[in-house]
Design a protein around this ligand. Structure first.
Ligand code: EPS
Length: 403
């Protein structure tokens, strides 16, 4: 079983994560992990915090000479901003006069759309900071580090994951499903919003600029595309083994994501079956990639999943992000100490973070696919896993051999 946990507050000392269940013998490219963390920090519309941090995950265990041992991998991502927050976020005791940093008043005016109100009531806090520090999307840096390692495992079976931003507010691609894996992969890493269409991207920038000027925020949507995913991950036999359900849960757990689609997503409801379902046609010849079903699927409205099982077509998962809850021109709220109407609290924040959420989405898809890969092919070491995978590929190829 591959599992992970994260800990850490947005302005605490560090984010930490433990990943357990990776096979032994996987070479970890830590520069690759840093690169994913850097991608998450980018994107037009992010706030000042991202100019302070240069996230890097230090591995503390489970890896020796760069190769996994099979033991749990512990990762530590220090928060540089901790220097300024030591008084506010002191851990083991209340700050003393010697503790560096500044004092901050308790946060008492919950932001509509944030965990603030329900969180303080649930946990019995007076200071909303006890909730917002952990509810913050900063936690997703830890998930991106874990996801970066999972991607390296997936690479061993030739599976790769990319993403693209499909909309920001009203600026949207007409048909995100027409964006190919290759087109998404070729978006330059320094592109402002990771959109395949420069004209739509320009409109997206305008939408973010207008929101910033108005003290507002803007949501959007992105799509994650995985190519080379082995056939047969997930299962139709039980509700909690269906991979579409597991992907939806993983993506919905990203802060601010309010809807998830597979393949054509909500669009499936508007089409007749004859136009939606992806026909199955004979092989066109030529060598496919290992383990693929060598039949032809002219369309991929199903997004690579049928019956909760991967079918070898590109896996396509989209997610829809609400606008960030921290508004520089705040909505009305109530001060929880006086119960008087009052503008919601303002914390330093982003205007829009959809490209960052897309990178987190890639990480969550990588984690779920790595879990499902290990469930199907097992093995305590990478050679054992790969033997099992190659055996299945050979069996699939033999099954479709022409008599
Ligand atoms: C951050 C995500 C956002 C930023 C945060 C860093 O978190 P939240 O969900 O709380 O809005 O606001 O930066 C700060 C908290 C700050 O002080 O600027 C991230 O993804 O790293």
């Amino acid at each position: 079983m591959l599992r992970f946990l994260t800990a850490g507050e947005s302005h605490g000392q560090a984010l930490v994560a433990i990943l357990e269940g990776l096979p032994a013998g996987l070479t970890i490219d830590f520069d690759g992990v840093t690169n994913e963390l850097r991608r998450r920090q980018g994107g037009y519309g992010r706030g000042r915090r991202m100019t302070i941090e240069s996230d890097r995950a230090q591995a503390l265990s489970g890896v020796r000479y760069g190769i996994t041992t099979g033991g749990p991998i512990a990762l530590n991502i220090p928060n540089k901003d901790w220097d300024n927050w030591q008084r506010t976020m002191a851990v083991e005791s209340a700050p003393t006069p010697e503790t560096p940093g500044v004092d901050r008043a308790a946060v008492t005016r919950p932001r509509p759309g944030h965990a603030d109100l329900a969180g303080v009531v649930k946990y019995g806090h007076d200071d909303i900071r006890n909730v917002l520090e952990r509810a913050s999307a900063r936690e997703t840096a830890a998930r991106v580090a874990i996801g970066a390692i999972c991607r390296q495992l997936l690479k061993e079976v030739e599976a790769e994951i990319v993403s693209h931003v499909a909309s920001i507010g009203p600026a949207a691609l007409a048909d995100p499903l027409s964006v190919t894996f290759e087109a998404a992969r070729q978006i330059p890493s320094d592109s402002p919003l990771h959109c395949v269409d420069p004209e739509i991207e320009r409109q997206m920038i305008v939408a973010i600029d207008q929101a910033r000027e108005a003290g507002d925020t803007m949501g959007g949507s992105f799509e994650v595309i995985a190519r080379g995913v082995p056939v047969g991950l997930g299962s139709h036999v039980q509700w909690d083994r269906k991979l579409d359900g597991r992907l939806a849960q993983a993506l919905m757990s990203i802060p601010a994501i309010k809807a998830v689609g597979i393949g054509r997503g909500p669009g499936v409801a508007a089409l007749p079956g004859s136009r939606l379902h992806d026909e199955i046609l004979p092989p066109t010849g030529g060598g496919g990639r290992p383990g693929a079903i060598p039949l032809t699927r002219p369309t991929n409205n199903a997004g690579g999943l049928e019956g909760g099982i991967t079918n070898g077509e590109d896996l396509r998962v989209s997610a829809y992000m609400k606008p960030i809850a921290t508004l520089m021109k705040p909505l009305r709220s109530v001060d929880l100490t006086t119960l008087e109407i009052s503008p919601a609290a303002i914390e330093r924040s982003d205007v829009s973070a959809v490209p960052a959420a897309a990178v987190v989405g890639e990480a969550m898809v990588a984690i779920v696919l790595a879990q499902a890969l290990l469930e199907k092919f097992g093995g305590d070491s990478l050679p054992e896993l790969l033997d099992n995978w190659r055996g299945f590929c050979a069996r699939t190829a033999a099954r479709f051999a022409r008599p």
